[in-house]
Write a protein that binds this ligand. Sequence first.
Ligand code: DX5
Ligand code: ZN
Length: 209
Amino acid sequence: MQIAASLLSADFMNLKTSLDRVAGVDFFHIDVMDGHFVPNLTFGPCVLKNLHQYFKTPLDVHLMVENPLFFIDLYKDLQPAFITLHLENTPHLHRSVHHIKSLGIKAGISLNPSTPLCGLDYIVQDLDLVLLMSVNPGFGGQSFLPFVLDKVKAFRARFPHYQGVLEVDGGVNAHNAPLLRACGVNMLVVGNYLFSHDNPTHALQTLRT
Ligand code: DX5
Ligand code: ZN
């Protein structure tokens, strides 16, 4: 099980210390919001550039924005491991996925909790990552939506040959992590649970095992 720490829940007054405490995660999950697709704003590429010069942890960029092509080009110089687009707001999905790949970056697509899986039917074979949201995107610290467990099972049944990453994001904690693993998830985004834990190293171990 790979773990991506969601920076949205870090302590922004002590960002370096806060991220040092979760050193050992596989990825930093970067929630990019534009105040249009989701009702919130986060951090931009300047902050991440500084951060990326110090931390060598690979980046997992989650774009919750309108006009995703503009944002891909804004973040490409950071050479993230993954850039993930939302199915709901990307009109030219195939073109956009292949644009990301042409930059040497792995491409993902994310689905909001109630978005049906059939939207992936003609693109799943090109994807490196599928991200199933388990909260409505926009904020950290929300509660996990349990029906997403069935959605994960349905994904594995519908796309049995899919070899890429299957990631779940939102409200992940020590209680639902084993259930998600049992359904076939192999990467968890974790924000609030990890950053508010007294002992993040222990929390990470718990999530992994
Ligand atoms: C929600 C974001 C998530 C969120 C995860 O819009 O995509 O990455 O920050 O944080 P927790 O684990 O606190 O739900
Ligand atoms: Zn996210």
